[in-house]
Design a protein around this ligand. Structure first.
Ligand code: NDP
Length: 253
């Protein structure tokens, strides 16, 4: 029996990258996983298929985050599917993973780009947590994917890093708020992690990026997924409101 047998989980942005690896990992522990993304059903279904191939249980739910009505739409699909499969709408584990990066010089970032980063990376997670409060049972889990860039400066990502700073505040304050219910809320801060994007096919770029970690490699999505699985399990019951550095020692300087 897995550590999450009988649990339900939503992993936002799990059609690829860290989210996909996390969805697969949670399902491997026995959770029924809602695989979410904005619109690429084929990619979401690839995650579902990968889970089912291993004997796990999952379904896809599509909803673009960062637009009006986003959380409502996501929960319409989520609750419908949960009810069909479990007879209830209980959500034991919420992983706020979906996110977008900036990659724009600080001088060039537009107000629209700034608003978009905050809408997807900070506002959506806040209202997902708020909406999930009635679905989360006592002892539930909220895991927010932050970033090592909350601790290391990268001017091209100043607004992105600001959104992740907001995520860490979401973690801190909701951890106190939900403590009486035994719900833990934690942030995980990845460093550079191979998410399957083309830059990770470039050996020179990978060598340069690997140099940031004391282990001299870039992170794999499963490195982060394993940390999330720990935080989702009962093993982490005494940890809340924390920021877990999952950067392969990048922050050690
Ligand atoms: P990817 O870009 O590989 O995947 C992002 C996922 O989020 C996709 O499933 C995507 O689905 C979904 N998504 C993006 N925008 C939206 C939206 N507006 N609405 C709904 N879904 C959306 O991301 P990573 O795996 O690289 O990153 C995952 C998390 O980890 C992010 O929060 C990121 O900031 C953080 N992180 C990543 C690092 C890295 O080096 N990879 C380092 C530090 C932090 P779709 O394509 O359908 O929109």
């Amino acid at each position: 029996m897995g550590k999450l047998t009988g649990k339900t989980a939503l992993v936002t942005g799990s059609s690829r990258g860290i989210g996909r690896a996390t969805a697969i990992r949670l399902a491997r522990e026995g959770a029924l996983v809602a695989v979410h993304c904005s619109g690429n059903r084929e990619a979401a279904e690839e995650t579902v298929t990968a889970i089912e191939k291993e004997g796990g249980r999952a379904f896809s739910v599509l909803a673009e985050l960062g637009v009006p009505g986003d959380v409502h739409e996501l929960f319409l699909g989520l609750e419908r599917e949960l009810k069909e499969r479990t007879g209830a709408t209980t959500l034991d584990i919420l992983v706020n993973n979906a996110g977008v990066m900036g990659g724009v010089n600080p001088e060039d970032l537009t107000p629209e780009q700034f608003d978009r980063l905050f809408a997807v990376n900070a506002k959506a997670p806040y209202f997902l947590v708020q909406r999930a409060l009635s679905n989360l049972p006592d002892g539930g889990r909220i895991i927010n994917i932050s970033s090592g860039l909350t601790r290391v400066a990268n001017p091209q990502e100043v607004a992105y890093a600001m959104t992740k700073g907001a995520i860490d505040q979401l973690t801190l304050h909701f951890a106190k708020h939900l403590g009486p219910r035994g719900i833990t809320v934690n942030s995980v801060g990845p460093g550079i992690t191979d998410n399957g994007s083309p830059v990770f096919d470039n050996p020179e770029a990978v060598t340069a990026m690997a140099g940031y970690s004391v282990f001299n490699r870039v992170g794999e999505a499963r490195d982060i997924a394993d940390v999330v699985a720990f935080l989702a399990s009962d093993d982490s019951r005494w940890i809340t409101g924390s920021y877990l550095d999952a950067s392969g020692g990048t922050l050690l300087g």
